[in-house]
Design a protein around this ligand. Sequence first.
Ligand code: GTP
Ligand code: MG
Length: 371
Amino acid sequence: MCYKSSSMKIAITGFSNSGKTTIFNAITGQRLETAVYPSVGGEPHLAVVGVPDERVDRLSAIFKPKKTTYATVDYIDYIGLTRGDQKQNAKVHALIKDADALLLVVRVFEDPAVMHPLGGADPLRDLRSLEAELVLGDFLLVEKRLEGIEESIKKGRKEKVSEAERTVLLKCRDCLEGERPLRELPLDPEELKAIRHLEFLSIKPEVVLFNVAEDEAGGAKTEALIQAASGILRERTAVFAMSGKIEMELAQLAPEEQKAFLEDLKIEEPALNRLIRISYGLLDLMSFFTAGEDEVKAWTIKKDTPAPRAAGKIHSDIEKGFIRAEVIAYDDFIVKSGGSMAEARKLGLLRLEGRDYLVRDGDIINFRFNI
Ligand SMILES: Nc1nc2c(ncn2[C@@H]2O[C@H](COP(=O)(O)OP(=O)(O)OP(=O)(O)O)[C@@H](O)[C@H]2O)c(=O)[nH]1
Ligand SMILES: [Mg+2]
């Protein structure tokens, strides 16, 4: 099984029956079946999801374009991890190893009708075990790779041995043996490059999502849980809690019904939107915008992308023929020029930036180019 796509990908994982497919349904608005027994196989679920962004909504209201396009992220949902079953977990690993981040679903809700693979609800134990499974999977991968390297050395096949890789792998082994995920190991870009081909799981940024009971999303118990989890996790992680079930039901309502529902509960937006934005932020991504009569669109780039490369996202011709970028920050556009480009021009708020300009989150850009 193989799944390739050029866009950023987040894999939903966790133990079985933690609510992964429920969350996937919430994120994607789909209605895939969820069951009280664990899934053991089948095809993974995939979906491309727009990142909710009120700046895009606002620009769209101003420009009234024919089309409005949000930034997107791909989500995968697959079978769960199993405690102590490396063979089963290797299947999961193989499918999600090329994801850019993990969304780890941890069950908090209690429901005797829904089998709990570890016996009963204990979210912190589950979080620790999940982390341990990811660490163990990577450890086995490191061992296997080191053995392969030793073998090549013994057979005198020097061309197959990268000393740089071996040195990093030894560091990785130490870290994993200390029961810490690889995302906590400080590695420079060269070192990261040497091991990238191994596609470790514990090196990926991670959002831990506590799937709490319907009435507990904002409660004190949940707060305490988030606090405790923050003590277990360190680098490049975020912790979040919501009720998968409620968010799924909400996502399946028509837009007007959804609005009424949120107003009734005095909630500004679904918790889900925040979750999607947090995940997007953890990928070190940001958005710039193009805005006109035809389309208002959010484009996804990595932080610190120079203007010509950002232009290349739109079209390679624009990158090749790049002359300048005409830029205004979203806040300046809305606040200082009241949402009018003519006014912005009059006030001198549009900047002309050259090849070295690093695009910032929220820049509204018009590229000048020549082909
Ligand atoms: N009471 C309650 N039940 C939930 C909640 N979230 C999920 N469930 C139920 O738990 C069961 C499993 O949910 P799924 O979303 O299929 O869980 P999963 O993690 O995808 O399970 P596998 O794919 O089998 O690993 C279903 O019966 C859901 O209705 C929740 O927040 N509260
Ligand atoms: Mg499922």
